[in-house]
Design a protein around this ligand. Structure first.
Ligand code: PLP
Length: 394
C-alpha cells in the first residue's frame, strides 16, 4: 500500500510538533516556558461554559444538527458579523465548521482542481500551504515587500499566473501581528476582483487588536469586494475557545453549499454542544473578550521592547494584533554558533527551556515565532532565559 501523492507532499504541523515536544518535556517535570502556543492561555468565559453545561443537561447531545450548523447558530454568527463589519449575511451564506482550520480545508476542497494555484503572502500561517497540497492545488509563496511583511499589489501581480485561483489574506496576521489598512485592503481587493481571483480573508484575530490600532474587515470595503470574498473566522481566539473547535465562513452561497455537502460526508456536523456554547459566546456580553484583549495588549507592550533589545534579534514593526512576535534572528543564530534557525530553536528548548517555533513553516526560515499567550511573569522569565542563553553562547 502506498500513500496518496497529495498526502506525501504534506508535513505535520510545525507548531503542533513543537507544542507536543514542549508538553512532553513539561510532563517529564522540566520547567519549560511555552511560547510556541497558538492558543489563548485563558479559560473559556463562565457564561459560555454555563450555556454548554445547560445544553448537555437538557439533552442536546444525542442528535445530529444540520451539516452546516444549527439555524440559530447561523443567525447568531450573522448578527455578530453584522455588528463587527457592517455587512449583513443571510443563513444561506453561512457555514459553521469544526474550527476555522477545517473551514479553510473545506474551501480548498471545493474550489481547487489539480494544478490550481493559491497565493500565500509570506509569512503565512503553517496550515494554508499544506491544506492546498492536500486538496490537490499548488501553494505559491508570495515574497512581500510592504512594511512589516505586508503584501502589495505589485508583489501579487508578480506571482499571478493563469492558474491563480485564490489568494489567502490574513489580518491581523499570524505570525507577524500586522494589520492591513483599509487603503491596502481596498487595493488588494480590487486587484482580486479585476482578475477574478477568489479572496479568502482569514480574520480570526480581528478582535485582538492593540494600542489604538484599527482593524478593517475585507468584506466591508465595497459590494464587489465582498461578493468576491470568503470571510473565515471563529471563536477560538476571541473567546478562548480553541478546544471547542468552532469556526465559520461567510460568503458566496454556492461555495457555502458545496462546503456543506463535503462537511456532511466528512464530519456530519460540528459538535452539537459546541454550537450551543458558540451561540452564547456570540450573543452574550462581550466584556470578557475585552478583558482578555487588554491582557494581551499589556503583554505585548511588556515583551516587545525586551525582544527588540536582544542581541542579533531584528524586529522593527511593532505588532498591532494577534498574539505573536516574529523577529528575524539570523544574526543571533550565527552569534550563538548555530547553522540553522531550527538548531537554534532546539538549543533554546533543550538548554534554556524556552519553546518557540522556527519560521521556516511560515515561509521565512530566518525568523522565529514567539507567542505571548502566557502570563507576564512567564514572559519576563522567558526573556531572561533567552538573554542568558545568547550571552552564554556568543
Ligand atoms: N487561521 C489562523 C491564522 C490561525 O492562527 C488559526 C489557529 O491557530 C486558525 C486559522 C484556525 O483556528 P481554529 O481552527 O482554532 O478555529
Amino acid at each position: 500500500m502506498t500513500l496518496s501523492k497529495n498526502v506525501m507532499k504534506v508535513q505535520p504541523s510545525a507548531t503542533l510538533a513543537t507544542s507536543a515536544k514542549t508538553k512532553e518535556m513539561i510532563a517529564n517535570g522540566i520547567d519549560v516556558i511555552n511560547l510556541a502556543i497558538g492558543e489563548p492561555d485563558f479559560v473559556t468565559p463562565d457564561y459560555i461554559q454555563t450555556a454548554a453545561i445547560e445544553a448537555i443537561r437538557s439533552g442536546k447531545t444525542s442528535f445530529y444538527t444540520p451539516a452546516g450548523g444549527l439555524p440559530e447558530l447561523k443567525t447568531a454568527i450573522g448578527q455578530r458579523i453584522a455588528v463587527e463589519t457592517g455587512v449583513h449575511y443571510d443563513n444561506k451564506q453561512i457555514i459553521a465548521t469544526t474550527g476555522a482550520k477545517f473551514a479553510l480545508y473545506l474551501i480548498f476542497e471545493v474550489i481547487l482542481n489539480p494544478g490550481d494555484e493559491v497565493l500565500l503572502p509570506a509569512p503565512f500561517w503553517v496550515s494554508y500551504a499544506e491544506q492546498v497540497n492536500l486538496t490537490g492545488g499548488t501553494p505559491i509563496s508570495v515574497a512581500t515587500t510592504g512594511a512589516g511583511h505586508k503584501v502589495t499589489v505589485a508583489d501579487l501581480e508578480k506571482a499571478r499566473s493563469a492558474k491563480t485561483q485564490a489568494l489567502v489574506l490574513n489580518s491581523p496576521q499570524n505570525p507577524s501581528g500586522l494589520i492591513y489598512t483599509a487603503a491596502e485592503l481596498t487595493a488588494i481587493g480590487n486587484w482580486a476582483v479585476a482578475h477574478d481571483i477568489l479572496l479568502i480573508s482569514d480574520e480570526i484575530y480581528s478582535n485582538l487588536v492593540y494600542n489604538g490600532n484599527q482593524f478593517t474587515s475585507m468584506v466591508g470595503l465595497s459590494e464587489a469586494i465582498c461578493k468576491n470574498t470568503l470571510l473565515v473566522t471563529g471563536v477560538s481566539k476571541t473567546y478562548a475557545m480553541t478546544g471547542w473547535r468552532m469556526g465559520y465562513v461567510l460568503g458566496d452561497p454556492a461555495i457555502i453549499k458545496a462546503m456543506t455537502t463535503v462537511a456532511s460526508h466528512a464530519t456530519g456536523n460540528p459538535t452539537t454542544v459546541s454550537q450551543y456554547a458558540t451561540i452564547a459566546a456570540l450573543t452574550g456580553d462581550q466584556q470578557d473578550t475585552e478583558d482578555m484583549r487588554q491582557a494581551f495588549e499589556q503583554r505585548l507592550n511588556l515583551l516587545f521592547p525586551k525582544i527588540q533589545s536582544l542581541p542579533g534579534f531584528e524586529l522593527t514593526e511593532k505588532p498591532q494584533g494577534a498574539f505573536y512576535l516574529f523577529p528575524n534572528v539570523k544574526r543571533a543564530v550565527a552569534l550563538c554558533g548555530y547553522a540553522t534557525t531550527e538548531a537554534f530553536v532546539d538549543g533554546l528548548l533543550e538548554e534554556a527551556h524556552v519553546a518557540v517555533v522556527p519560521g521556516r513553516a511560515f515561509g521565512q526560515p530566518d525568523h522565529i515565532r514567539i507567542s505571548y499567550a502566557n502570563d507576564q511573569a512567564s514572559l519576563l522569565a522567558a526573556y531572561q532565559r533567552l538573554a542568558d542563553f545568547i550571552q552564554t553562547k556568543s
